[in-house]
Design a protein around this ligand. Structure first.
Ligand SMILES: *Cc1c(COP(=O)(O)O)cnc(C)c1O
Length: 381
């Protein structure tokens, strides 16, 4: 049957962008070296501090989240410096690859994908390696739907010589993250996930002397990402900033402040729990050992082709979720609850998932997940 296909983006990035934000982006591009733009830039970076819950420094690059990851490595470490890195998924692997590219002396904590590193394990490694300059973690490992106890880890790293760096590209706004209160030294993120903007900005937030000392002393090659230049020029930019993205960022922060950051976290927790209940109601298992509220990784049931699930959902029903990455391709599907999403996005995702699973021959009672999800919403909204 042919009919109008509406587009539903329920993936862990890029995520849907509110219309009010998109309209801001359509405003006239003005010159960046002007008093008018400096005001906009100042407001944008003040707003970004709220997102990171820090009074430290926040900078925005014209890059995706990976650029901000590279900036963290290039600025904090010199070649040969020791760094501890947690690898439990695709994005932990990315930290590892960047660290190796910059000649770091890497101590890796490699876990099964889907596991979450514990504060105790970090403490052990820090005791074994008191000369480590930094600990690199992934707050929300998007490839497995796992969230770590960042607050607990921050407590442990605070008492060491190392700085704590976390990749919050997918967790920012979806999971509580209180940079100053918890004492996280460096946080990187991007625009296209919880922040509800199109792809195009990479953020880095830095707090405290411990991190800035490392940045001042780094001997790694760095040019575009040299944070000392960004700090010197701030709030002006060393290079052309993403002018229209700053208009959009200001609107997104306005929307987030209107809702309140605590409420934004609560909304993600509500959708995360509804998603987990929906999966269980269909007899499906979660992949993660410590599932978070960014994205839910669900194991593809025996006898069903996982690659077909995402393809049918997208091509037949217009619903984009994500499949598995690397060795998990075809083995898991990932339903997001990230950014500009609400209860009806979760219901839409499961409705399309049920229709698809039925077509693929999986046995379950049609409507089972929708019933579980709606019961949960009716009791908790
Ligand atoms: C999306 C994501 C990134 C960055 O990806 P880009 O495509 O460079 O924006 C990094 N880490 C995590 C955990 C992510 O989810």
């Amino acid at each position: 049957m042919h009919f109008l296909k509406k587009y539903y983006l329920i993936a862990p990035g890029p995520t849907p962008v509110p219309h009010d934000v998109l309209i801001e982006g359509a405003k006239e591009t003005i010159h960046h070296r002007t008093p008018q733009f400096l005001e906009i830039m100042k407001e944008a970076m003040e707003g970004a501090k709220y997102l990171f819950q820090t009074q430290g420094d926040v900078f925005a690059f014209v890059s995706s989240g990976t650029g901000a990851m590279e900036a963290a490595v290039a600025n904090l470490l010199s070649p040969g410096d020791k760094a501890i890195v947690v690898v439990a998924g695709k994005f932990g692997e990315r930290w590892m690859e960047i660290l190796k590219a910059f000649g770091a002396n890497v101590v890796d904590i490699s876990l099964e994908w889907g596991e979450a590193v514990s504060p105790e394990r970090i403490k052990e490694e820090l005791e074994k390696h008191p000369d480590a300059k930094a600990v690199f973690t992934t707050h929300s490992e998007t490839s497995t739907g796992t969230v770590i106890d960042l607050e607990g880890i921050a407590k442990v790293v605070k008492d060491s010589n190392a700085v704590l760096v976390t990749d919050a590209v997918s967790s920012l706004l979806a999971e509580p993250l209180k940079m100053d209160e918890w004492g996280v030294d460096v946080v990187v993120s991007g625009s296209q996930k919880g922040v509800m903007l199109p792809p195009g900005l990479g953020f880095i937030a830095i707090r405290g002397e411990k991190a800035w000392k490392l940045i001042e002393n780094s001997k790694s090659p760095r040019y575009y990402f040299n944070l000392l230049e960004y700090r010197k020029k701030f709030p002006d930019n060393p290079y052309t900033p993403a002018v229209n993205h700053m208009y959009m960022l200001n609107k997104a922060v306005e929307l987030i402040k209107e809702e309140g950051i605590e409420k934004v976290w609560e909304r993600h927790a509500l959708l995360g729990e509804a998603t987990r209940r929906g999966a269980k109601a269909l007899g499906l298992e979660l992949f993660s050992k410590r599932p978070g509220n960014v994205v839910t990784a669900i194991k593809v049931p025996e006898g069903v082709d996982g690659n077909k699930i995402t393809k049918i959902m997208r091509d037949k029903y217009g619903v984009t979720i994500a499949g598995g990455q690397a060795h998990l391709k075809g083995k898991i599907i990932r339903v997001a609850h990230l950014g500009y999403m609400g209860p009806f996005d979760t219901i839409t995702a499961f409705s399309a998932l049920e229709l698809t699973l039925k077509e693929l021959g999986y046995k379950f009672e049609l409507g089972a997940s929708l019933k579980a999800i709606q019961e949960y919403f009716s009791e908790n909204m």
